[in-house]
Design a protein around this ligand. Sequence first.
Ligand SMILES: Cc1cc2nc3c(=O)[nH]c(=O)nc-3n(C[C@H](O)[C@H](O)[C@H](O)COP(=O)(O)OP(=O)(O)OC[C@H]3O[C@@H](n4cnc5c(N)ncnc54)[C@H](O)[C@@H]3O)c2cc1C
Ligand code: SF4
Length: 561
Amino acid sequence: MVVTESPRDPTRRTRHGALFAEDGAHFDFVVIGSGFGGSVSALRLAEKGYSVLVLEKGRRLRAPDFPKTNWNLKRWLWMPTLGWRGLFQMSFFRHVTVFSGVGVGGGSLVYANTLPHPGDDFFAAPSWGHLADWKAELAPHYATARRMLGAARNPRATLGDETLRAIAADIGRPDDFSLNEVSVFFGAPPGETVPDPFFDGEGPARVGCRFCGGCMTGCRHGAKNSLDWNYLWLAERRGVRVQPDALVTAVRPLEGDGGAEAPRYRIEATLHRGWLRRKKLAFTADHIVFSGGVLGTVALLGAMKEDPRGLPALSDRVGHFVRTNSEALIGVTTGRRGVDLAEGIAITSILHTDAHSHIEPVRYARGSGFFRLLLAPHASGANVFARIGSAFGNFFRRPGRWFKALFVWDWAKHTQILLYMRTLEGTLRLRRSRGLGTGFRRGLRSTLASGARPQASMPEATDLAQRFADKLGGVTGSLVNETLLNVPSTAHILGGCVMGASPEDGVIDHRHRVFGYDGLYVCDGSAVSANPGVNPSLTITALTERAMSFIPRKGEPSAPA
Ligand SMILES: Cc1cc2nc3c(=O)[nH]c(=O)nc-3n(C[C@H](O)[C@H](O)[C@H](O)COP(=O)(O)OP(=O)(O)OC[C@H]3O[C@@H](n4cnc5c(N)ncnc54)[C@H](O)[C@@H]3O)c2cc1C
Ligand code: SF4
């Protein structure tokens, strides 16, 4: 095995395009993507004695690589055509704008650390409730996921939390407000380093959280329990190879001589070695775990289904049953002097406004004001003219407040983003676009499959945001495409390779095995087969823990189906 760099050290940078696995090498398992599904899979498979390669299209980013603020677009955004290979990706579709994370650690690098447990409706949802007793079966895996991700109660209530708590009292739900469980290390004083507190000394040294609010641009202090500090760290110590900068473009079954030792699949990837420098790589494997997140896995499997030399026998359901958490993101900006809404971790608390709806205050670190460029007055209304009228109304009802809000020096210090989520049934379909590109390069487009079209503006969210704004003397804004087009944004895209009893209604079975192809699995957000109604990473982690628990140790027979 040729390895050109030593295993990871979270405090040091790596070179781009370094090769960590020999081109042409064979592995028991190749894992595509290193987010929640991919990292859990890699560790559990290595513990069972398998050789594992993780292929990740993004960079391996370490604390010094993360931008100080999101004005550093080159370090923050994933826009490889411009040479920007940061950690945050925005993908624009007709029905939704999707935010996601890229890099070794996937969405955990940018996520806001929140680990809520879904309500009972999720486990019993008709879309998958008949396939297993999800609540009982997943309970031990949720416990493992919480332990591995270092879940802890946020200890510090901020101005945003106190404002939300006051709203909870106003709407008669004071007991439904609580500080969140998050994957952040609070066990040492801010900024202080202590030896591994989580894995009996096998994990890395950790630093106490500084409550700087920078979690969504990557923690520069080593306090956020992103996957590179737990699952991936332990996986690499058990021999897992992680190859960053490697975009998987094809998966093909091999027509060997049929012998038991013959590899079953060929995985093709493109290694990024510089802005215009690429290298083609290929590996073989007996098993593959698809963990590229919804957009990555659906794009790859969709392309392979259309390719006669790819995986044409995949279920026709690839790309179906895509859900969001039906989110509304509304920014409240106040021109009041002396406020600091950037203090704290990225998401600090939650208010359950009814059995199906929740709202959380979200923040960026001081200085991170990029989104002010994309903001317009928040508006509601069925068509574009009504929304433009509503936006003007919003502005002219409080011109003084707007004037102050528009000219605040540090937008993040003066702004709280309110994330409202609800369990609404309704699905989209992601299909391959007819236009530009060939093969894997062709993008995805969305169509409405069932239920109502996702909406950026929801009356309850608007009302809660206005209450929040009134308490702080502020105004409410949304991304301009939400105000004009009513296209919502989501950081919680789910489904697209959902479970079913047969290939007629799903892409995978309840053990995440792909119908039609032996040895292929899907473990990531695309396998989530109902709407959890809350932030999904804990659930993706628990589902993957369960999926991996069915895989036998190397050399042992499989458990019966
Ligand atoms: C700003 C933001 C804040 C969020 N906050 C929270 C939160 O507080 N709590 C929560 O629960 N969730 C949060 N989320 C959502 C969470 O990040 C995702 O739900 C989660 O990361 C999805 O996990 P996954 O395993 O499906 O894939 P991901 O974590 O998205 O990982 C997929 C990985 O695969 C890689 N990949 C894709 N295609 C390929 C390919 N062809 N070849 C190689 N690599 C590929 C991608 O680069 C990526 O690194 C947030 C998301 C964002 C964007
Ligand atoms: S608040 Fe700051 S120190 Fe704490 S986890 Fe987030 S980025 Fe790291």
